[in-house]
Design a protein around this ligand. Structure first.
Ligand SMILES: [Zn+2]
Ligand SMILES: [Zn+2]
Length: 190
């Protein structure tokens, strides 16, 4: 997706082991860009007692030299092994996190934009991607925005159709009817 720039003669390969990306080739070359791909293993990370990222996270990114500023953009994508918070269904959830920052050899002004400092002309692209992906993990997961959840009485998954239980009475009416109910009606109500 970043191939539009097309001017990447030097380094279009995966980062070395640690995910360090050497940006020296574009550091003083306005208009040049260098793209990178790498893969993250986040399978050991736990969220709420589960490990929802069993598959490698694919990272694609590009560092551009534009107007004397180096910018880094990346996307980190994976399919999560998710569980719906409402109905408990396990499902595959495609997820993509995006990250953007400026790269600099030193901080010269305090811009609003996030600046990541280079270390000997290199940036730890894997660490940036990892942080971006983890911070973007949702705290709440639903199998669909209108998941109906489970019946509080019988536990049936209401997405698969009504379970036959009577609807939950509105608690306000329940309180009222408790006031109105004569004690001798109690046995007849079920
Ligand atoms: Zn659900
Ligand atoms: Zn039910």
């Amino acid at each position: 997706m970043f191939d539009k720039d097309g001017n990447i003669p030097y380094n279009n390969q995966c980062c070395p082991d640690a995910g360090m990306l050497d940006v020296r080739p574009v550091l003083y070359a306005p208009g040049k860009s260098v793209s990178f791909r790498l893969s993250l293993d986040l399978s050991g990370l736990e969220f709420a007692g589960r490990r929802p990222i069993p598959e490698p996270v694919d990272v694609e990114g590009v560092v551009r030299n534009r107007a004397d500023a180096l910018s880094l953009d990346l996307t980190a994508s994976a399919t999560l092994d998710a569980v719906c918070d409402r109905c408990g269904k396990r499902f595959a959830l495609p997820k993509t996190a995006r990250f953007h920052c400026l790269l600099a050899e030193s901080v010269e002004n305090d811009d609003d934009e996030e600046i990541v400092l280079l270390q000997d002309g290199q940036v730890d692209a894997a660490e940036l991607a990892r942080t971006a992906f983890v911070l973007d993990m949702d705290t709440k997961t639903l199998c669909s925005p209108d998941c109906k959840g489970l019946c509080p009485r019988c536990g049936a998954n209401l997405n698969e159709g009504p379970c036959g239980c009577a609807p939950e009475p509105d608690p306000r009416w329940a309180a009222l009817s408790a006031l109105l109910d004569a004690p001798d009606n109690e046995s007849e109500r079920k």
